[in-house]
Write a protein that binds this ligand. Structure first.
Ligand code: PA5
Length: 447
């Protein structure tokens, strides 16, 4: 079976191959530091061996819970934010049928998301939608105290308890949280919810291959064993036994860091398949939160092509020359659809008759790549044979490993996120949370 491939040929007009090669000895050291848990942030390196260390029993316990609940509910609301949301959103969106999955007809509940923002209308409309429907909740929070999911959980828990009573409601709620700490843990223990644990040594944005991602993905009816198989293959490929020129994570980390040193400070992850839109959102958090600190870091942006070529295309082609592009290229589609012949050819499209839409998409991708390189945008290409559980597993681990290595190249701790507290403190102060009185006073003075 082919594995994920990376090609960096189209960056050599902008940085020399030698400059990239020169980074590999550092990367060998950093890869060792990740595996031997000796680098910065080493208390959060549990993700490095997750694919190979997750046991069959752990997977089975997730599948058992899914079997118990799936026939009882039409909808499952997955509550979480950031790393407790983006991974399962990315995988379920990538694997779902674009239309049929809006109906809970494949024997698994349809997955809805909440707790990832504070829109009153969204929450009102969600409760309104669910009021006459059978639903369950998977609430995910490592800290167990994050405001957005806590609010969504309070609303949805009230709604299930109103409908079913507290005891029956408890059978429809599953919590994924810390083994011992946090409010969610105490509530879950008191109410008797089924729970799964987020390991202490795995940070939010690296947690998609724990129950944080696996439970919602399995609940949507997708094959989490294949997801883990793909991730395990990438763990092996990117491990210490692989030479650097065969290690796609090192090649990616080296190319993007060399570009960054040459003033390409924005990386745009682009796809030609709308199903990958949320994978890019997950990737933005992974790299943004891991690298964006100590006044450094590559800014992670994303575009869905060809859609965004009709909006962002002009800037990418001719705007400020500080962008490089990383394309996720998918070789095979899931379905086959050709463009029909038209006897009048009024729309002048008969030159495409009989051609697959994927062939047109592929030429759009190649044509765009050539145009962007000529316009001054270096292009890295990551190729997967198809979008399925196995290759999503490979992609997830590929980006996680590359992100750890990239963070170390930049000299930052890629596993902390001190900056995310700033907005929370101000929000709590403005809302009058007990304990924030001094900050409230300071902010009010400045308003
Ligand atoms: O990556 C991270 O650590 C964050 O994005 C968290 O996942 C996010 O803030 C949610 O935190 P929690 O799971 O504690 O509710």
């Amino acid at each position: 079976m082919n594995d994920l491939k990376i090609s960096i040929d189209r960056v050599f007009d902008f940085v020399s191959e030698n400059e990239i090669q020169g980074l590999f000895s550092d990367l060998e050291v950093q890869n060792k530091a990740l595996h031997e848990k000796t680098g910065k942030g080493n208390e959060f390196l549990g993700w490095v061996n997750l694919p190979s260390s997750t046991t069959n029993d752990e997977i089975q316990s997730i599948l058992t819970v899914v079997e118990d609940l799936r026939s009882e509910v039409e909808y499952i609301v997955v509550i979480g934010i950031g790393g407790s949301y983006l991974g399962s959103k990315a995988v379920t969106e990538a694997l779902s049928d674009s239309f049929h999955n809006n109906l809970p007809q494949n024997g698994y509940p349809h997955i809805l998301f909440a707790g990832h923002q504070l829109s009153e209308d969204y929450h009102y409309e969600l409760l309104d939608f669910l009021k006459d429907r059978q639903f369950g909740v998977i609430v995910i929070s490592k800290s167990g105290t994050t405001t957005e999911p806590a609010i969504a959980f309070r609303l949805l828990r009230n709604e299930i308890e109103r409908k079913l009573g507290r005891e029956k409601a408890a059978k429809r709620i599953i919590a994924v949280t810390d083994a011992a700490k946090g409010v969610l843990r105490s509530v879950a223990d008191r109410e008797g919810y089924k729970t799964f644990i987020i390991p202490d040594d795995v940070g939010g944005r690296y947690s998609v291959l724990t129950p944080v991602g696996l439970l919602p993905v399995a609940m949507a009816g997708f094959d989490i064993r294949r997801l883990m198989d793909g991730a395990r293959k990438m763990e092996e490929i990117s491990g210490l036994a692989t030479r650097h020129d065969q290690n796609p994570c090192m090649i990616y980390a080296a190319a993007r860091y060399a570009l960054f040193r040459n003033y390409f400070e924005i990386e745009m992850l682009v796809n030609y398949h709308p199903k990958l839109h949320f994978l890019a959102d997950w990737w933005k958090q992974l790299f943004g939160e891991s690298e964006g600190k100590d006044q450094t870091g590559i800014f992670p942006a994303a575009a869905d092509l060809t859609t965004d070529l009709h909006s962002m295309g002009q800037y990418i082609q001719e705007g400020r020359r500080n962008i490089f592009e990383t394309v996720i290229s998918v070789v095979n589609t899931r379905h086959i659809l050709s463009i029909p012949e038209d006897s009048n050819d009024e729309d002048k499209l008969n030159f495409l008759s009989g051609k697959r839409i994927s062939e047109v998409n592929r030429m759009a991708e190649l044509g765009t790549c050539i145009a962007h390189v000529e316009g001054g945008v270096p292009v890295i290409r990551i190729e997967i044979p198809r979008i399925d559980e196995y290759y999503l597993g490979q992609l997830i681990y590929f980006f996680e490993k590359a992100c750890g290595l990239s963070g170390y190249l930049l000299g930052v701790n890629p596993f902390d996120q001190p900056g995310v507290e700033a907005y929370k403190n101000n929000m709590f102060a403005l809302l009058g949370k007990p304990g924030y009185e001094k900050l409230t006073e300071e902010i009010r003075k400045g308003l």
